[in-house]
Design a protein around this ligand. Structure first.
Ligand SMILES: NC(=O)CC[C@H](N)C(=O)O
Length: 428
């Protein structure tokens, strides 16, 4: 019995060595180094370049294309726990750009993450919308990838020690020793939002029924799509634009997702504090936007150990509002490292809206009805892309609140801008 097992073990070792040699032949070596001292070796795909970043894992099974183009992944080395990545290829990322749409099929124009780590990259792909492989897509966008890595081992490490700075070393770099601890680049020390946010305001669907301002902290395209497809005209504004200067022209304010540490965006939270105090129209924020709303309300944001990234995060609704029913669990799409601190009591005029069923972190806040305001923030992504659509109707809730407010608000002379007054006077 023992002999039989020994023979099998030797045969298997020879077989897998042979397989590894065959697979690695002609391949460029790559190594994922973590600042905590571990190294994972594999082979490279995509760009022939090395990259630093914050190493994070995502439990999403599909939608690598949407995740990789999500600006919230900027500066991050994205480890996919799903073993095979790339088998449905990458679509052509240009939508017919009439003013009704946002110009892209995916979540932004380029690949946003710094690098990708996969167990097994698919060389062959098959999908009716695919035009290229993940490897050629990464190459075109100068983003390196590593395959042949035990991503379960990397994930276990990241769960235990937390999100860790890393370097994906490719080619000759892979043979060099790992960088010294002080050499690792920490993206969270930079204002990543400022790097990605629009520099100039622009408008989508200008003939929409209601006018929404979208503060762009690194907005996923599906946020604008979800608003435009519900009939809103969307004006995209830079993240630090003082909305108070133009608020009289809008029926609602939306704060988008975005990369990095929310503390870097305190300026936006200060503008928003004033908006919430002085403006009574609906405000909705997602992920970074939710964190900014929380900071404006007086809550603190903290850095989680490994964050939540994936399309299978359950959240419990603690309050009912629009399509959301208290006591129900919704499965959500998420991508965040920071969260709002749960404090007791909550700031006056605010209540927790959702809580994460896995780790009890705050997943949403809302203004209480007594305050007379309609402000919501959710840590998860109701627009998904990718992920479940359990909470997509929150967009319809927001748009209908804006429409209802517009219908009942009537003419409010004190809120009308000089430009509007001039236009009204000219028309009279
Ligand atoms: N998706 C997001 O907006 C992420 C928000 C923030 N950068 C975080 O990591 O928590």
């Amino acid at each position: 019995m023992f002999t039989y097992q020994a023979i099998r073990a030797v045969r298997y070792a020879r077989f897998s060595r042979g397989l590894a040699t065959a697979v690695n032949q002609g391949r460029v070596p790559a190594a994922l180094h973590l600042k905590t001292g571990q190294t994972f070796k594999g082979t490279s795909f995509g760009a022939d370049t090395s990259a630093f970043g914050e190493t994070v894992f995502s439990t999403s099974i599909t939608s690598y294309t949407e995740s990789m183009t999500d600006p919230s992944y900027r500066g991050q080395i994205l480890v996919f726990t799903t073993p095979m990545i790339g088998n449905y290829g990458v679509p052509h990322n240009e939508a017919p750009c009439d003013s009704q749409d946002v110009g892209v099929v995916l979540e932004s124009k380029g690949i946003q993450c710094a690098a990708v780590v996969v167990g097994d990259v698919a060389e062959k792909y098959s999908h009716y919308t695919a035009v290229e492989s993940i490897a050629s897509w990464c190459k075109r966008h100068n983003v390196p990838g590593i395959t042949g890595v035990d991503t379960r081992a990397v994930t276990t490490l990241l769960r235990d020690q937390g999100t860790t700075l890393g370097r994906l070393a490719v080619g000759a770099d892979a043979a060099l020793p790992a960088p010294a601890a002080h050499e690792y680049w920490d993206p969270t020390l930079e204002n990543l939002v400022d790097q990605i946010s629009t520099k100039e305001p622009y408008e989508l669907n200008p003939t929409g029924e209601i006018k929404i301002a979208l503060l762009d902290f690194g907005a996923k395209a599906n946020i604008a799509r979800s608003l435009v497809r519900r009939g809103a005209a969307v004006t995209v504004l830079p993240w630090n634009f003082d909305f108070n200067k133009v608020r009289d022209q809008f029926d609602g304010l939306f704060l988008s997702n975005g990369p990095g540490d929310p503390q870097q965006c305190m300026e936006a939270a200060l503008h928003l504090r004033r908006t919430i105090a002085e403006w009574d129209k609906p405000i909705f924020g997602i992920c970074m936007g939710h964190q900014i709303i929380g900071m404006a309300a007086g809550l603190d944001a903290y850095r989680m150990t490994f964050g939540n990234r994936g399309h299978n995060q359950p959240v419990l609704a603690l309050a009912s509002s629009g399509s959301i029913k208290a006591g129900r669990v919704y499965v959500t799409s998420q991508n965040h490292q920071y969260a709002l601190k749960l404090q007791d009591p909550f700031p006056q005029g605010w209540e927790p809206f959702f809580i994460n069923c896995n780790d009890s972190s705050v997943e949403g806040i809302k203004s209480t009805d007594a305050s007379g305001k309609k402000v919501w923030g959710v840590q998860f992504h109701p627009e998904s892309a990718g992920g479940p659509l359990d909470t997509i109707e929150m967009f319809s809730d927001f748009v209908s609140q804006c429409k209802a407010h517009k219908a009942t608000a009537g003419f409010q002379p004190s809120f009308v801008s000089e430009a509007t007054v001039e236009k009204v006077a000219a028309a009279a």
